[in-house]
Design a protein around this ligand. Sequence first.
Ligand code: BMA
Length: 817
Amino acid sequence: MLKINFNDNWMIKDLQTEKEFEIRLPASVMSALLDANEIEDPFYRDNEDLALEVASKDYLFSKRFEVDQKILAHEKVTITFHGIDTIAEISINGHKLATTENMHRIYEWNIQPFLVKGENVLNVMLFSPLKYIEEKQKNDRLAGVDHAVDGYQHIRKAHSMYGWDWGPKIPDLGIWRDVELKAWNTNRLEEIHVRQIHEANRVKVMFNVAVENEGDQSEITVLLKDPEGNMISQSIIDRRQKEPLIFEVENPHLWWPVGYGEQSLYTIEVSLKKDGELIDRLTKRIGLRTIEVKHEPDEWGKSFAFIVNGYPIFMKGANYIPEDNILPRTSRERTERLIQDAVAANFNMIRVWGGGHYPENYFYDLCDEYGIIVWQDFMFACSIYRLTEQFEQSVRQEAIDQIKRIRHHACLGIWCGNNEVEEAMEHWGWPKRADWRRDYIKLFEIILPDIVAEYDPQTFYWSSSPSSGGGFDNPRDPNVGDVHYWEVWHGQKPFTDYRNYYFRFCSEFGFQSFPSMKTIESFTKPEDRNIFSRVMEKHQKNDAANGMILYYLSENFLYPKNFDALLYTSQLLQAEAIKYGVEHWRRNLGRCMGSLYWQLNDCWPVASWSSVDYYGRWKALHYYARKFYDPILLSIEEGKHDASIYVTNDHLEAVTGRIEWKLRDNQSTIIRQGELDIEVDALTAKSCQYLDFKDDLQKESKYQTYLEAILYIDDQVYSSTTVIFTKPKHFEFLNPQLQVTVDENDQQWIISVSAKAYTKYVEIQADQDLILSDNFFDLSANERKIVTVDKSSLTKELTKTDLEKALKVRSVYHITH
Ligand code: BMA
């Protein structure tokens, strides 16, 4: 088979102005106009407003290409569009091939009959995605969220491109994935479906291979290579047999999520031969593993637990949204950095949220390689969908396209029908219309599970997130299935409210913060730097959020001295809130089996729930996540006058160690102390020590006393934590007089920080972005905290003096001083 990448030499034409620009795919109207300096960066200040005008027009994408006799001689010549965004008419040399209306589909057409020798013209007319939904919504008003352009749910296009409560309204148009030309004769490989049967020390790998022309007797060979690249089995498929081909792999190298073992990947190569000549080949990488979801009645309700290779594993991670609102700006490098950030923060799961788009192949490749399990939503979120015949056809085919593309990946853990549609229909005050409910049940509880059962029967299907199993049966039940918990934040409940629930799996909960000053500088002028300014409000998409941040601020911290201190404090609030929930659920490991906070990343520079901002900068929450998702978590559940020290062990082996605890005053003088040896079984959380401090936490001392706990493993400090017994705003923090020194070895910068008094949330900053081994940490007086930076992670070389000069430190005391 001849395959030609068709991304080069395209033109885009604005049909109103008749202006034309050269482009290379993937490309969008916004990216092309930006590259041609025709528009200003829509992410800067309030430029977003221009985008709706751009998106209200139609554009022509076209490509002229030469075809020679060699190509024309093939029986079939097809053109494959891996992603068209969205409403389009495709034609070749004036012959209309098709119209499209689903960005999530992969389209292919035979163009052989229309090709001519010499120059050919391929046209893709892209029509305004705004006009399209306006029309549809006029005829059939469907409920949805109000922060997106009205009617967005009528089109199969990433909802969040129309705006979300963290996303700009930039409903771009384009050809967002590769285009390929393929030419072949007789036959070709269509697809391969792999299933696995795990037995003691053996995996049976079953293959089903489909070819385009089943009547043709070309020879199909399947070959399996182990993770080192050695061939372990090879066989020719007997085409007369309908049974799948089975390879038995003895002593398999299993694939594990990160932290549990290797991410071993086997390779399958399928080749198609005609009269001894290779005519097509297909390669896939798979992992040998089982991932099941246990959803069974138990003493608390009904579980929701991921069982990987037989072990119940607590899922730790966050929700993933599109990485950029302007799709061609994304890249493998950016995605890899984000996944490395996830791994650095001890994630083992990422949930691909249903209001965006299905990620690129490299996203799943990277998750395979790094050991991140993917919770995959189908792309439906927070809305009613009308199952017209055309819509149903379109989403059926979309599901089939995407399942076939993704199903072989080791990382794929679950298919989920939608985000929050069942919950919205029950609890968001929408009319309970029978036609809406009928279409919901049909799509999410009949059509999609049937398609998953047919095309990927080994992956668990869950109808909605959150859900208790479907059928509008109390989707918010805290004891059944998964839960999205938003009472902290949207409901203005205190952080402590998380402790009232023992969810089986919390797949969403979140808290907003502002990004760092550097990120804000990227889209503002100095005069915009006030959170209520027009520009800052443009970059805050949740109307209630600034008020919410200020409310929680008033509950927890002193009033910040300036804008930068406010940004810093907002990140502390976010980090503390999420830590409160996660530590509690991990202390209840077994009953609760997963925590995915909202949200990992941003699609533009904005105030949001993310822990990593648009530029990849870690907020305080991401450093906190690294600690609260540590596989061995030391945590303190503090009461008014008492505390329990817990250790949660996510490893498959028991852990032994020693805990030291010290009750100290604000100058870190020890009031009481103790130590204990601990042993915590595999996959268990244990309350190791209960401490009663009624006598120590008297009227005044309550505001000056903190508890510190240190966990030693193999006589080395493994981690430490502190708690106070009042809100930070009421604690009498003294001036810590932070001292910083810098040292280096070949690989690392070694920064050491010390304080003259107890302080919290010590942040180290520099001009250059640094990813530190720890940040936003607590510090007792006269104790040295060592933080390292890998030199290889820096974008610019630094000398010791440069770094010493550039370093800035602050802590809770500096919110007001
Ligand atoms: C959840 C998500 C998103 C939203 C977020 C914050 O419900 O599913 O729709 O962005 O809350 O409000």
